[in-house]
Design a protein. Structure first.
Length: 245
């Protein structure tokens, strides 16, 4: 079923980006809809990081169009970044501050005012144990730092969440918890773009899978296809000859 235009939160249309002789993106087009988890798969050098950096306004594409909830980050990066939240592979928090202090600090930086009770409710929602609220982040696991990062995204009412290798380094239990949290966010209407090498989590969690190679979209699998195919086999077929290490 085609998504209604009003449901599309992230739009990438014919995006091209070249670094010297290297064509990082070569006409990439894809979108992410409200309440959808889109897993972006591809080998190293396929263009995943370049795509993310263009979405965040860190890179200017040579040509093509980007829209975040109707806002072009190249034209109005400040407004676009208010609509989006980015969770990198290693979430950058202040290690000597507690979880709730980090949440309050980054929220105030974004000019978001909430009560301490409201901030605690956000941390509860993302599944951070209450005993960790007042502990320094220096002692947090990766999964706990991710939860604080997502709480920050929720505090700013981000319509889109971009994740870069979110499950790398997580043990199976933490990975399962993170999966549950992503599905809960999607059920609330958040559009989620997850760049990952974790084919298991992509097959388990994604509503759609987009496979890119050499800066181009080479395949898109819908929900029913994801559940019916051996994703690893499909993926490897598409990236034959690519450098994967």
């Amino acid at each position: 079923m085609m998504a209604k235009q009003s449901d599309v939160v992230i739009t990438i249309n014919n995006l091209k980006k070249q670094f010297g002789d290297y064509q990082a993106l070569n006409g990439l087009s894809l979108n992410v809809n409200k309440g959808e988890i889109l897993a972006l798969l591809g080998p190293n050098g396929a263009g995943k990081t370049t795509t993310i950096n263009c979405l965040l306004g860190f890179l200017k594409p040579d040509s093509g169009e980007i829209s975040i909830a109707g806002i072009d980050p190249q034209q109005d990066v400040i407004t676009a970044r208010k609509k989006i939240a980015y969770i990198p592979e290693q979430v950058a928090l202040y290690p000597r501050l507690t979880g709730i202090e980090n949440l309050i600090y980054f929220s105030k930086m974004a000019q978001i005012e909430k009560t301490e009770l409201e901030f605690k409710e956000l941390l509860k929602f993302v599944g951070l144990p209450e005993h960790a609220f007042s502990k320094q982040v220096a002692g947090y696991s990766k999964g706990m730092r991710q939860k604080v990062g997502i709480a920050i995204a929720l505090a700013k009412n981000a319509q889109a969440l971009i994740l870069d290798e979110p499950t790398s380094g997580l043990d199976p239990s933490a990975s399962h918890e993170f999966s549950h949290l992503l599905k809960k966010l999607a059920s609330q209407g958040v559009a989620i773009l997850m760049a990952t090498h974790d084919l298991f989590r992509a097959q388990e969690d994604a509503h759609r899978v987009a496979i890119i190679n050499q800066g181009q979209l080479v395949d898109t699998l819908g929900f029913e296809q994801i559940k019916q195919v051996q994703l690893e086999t499909v993926y490897l077929e598409h990236i034959k000859g690519a450098v994967t290490c």
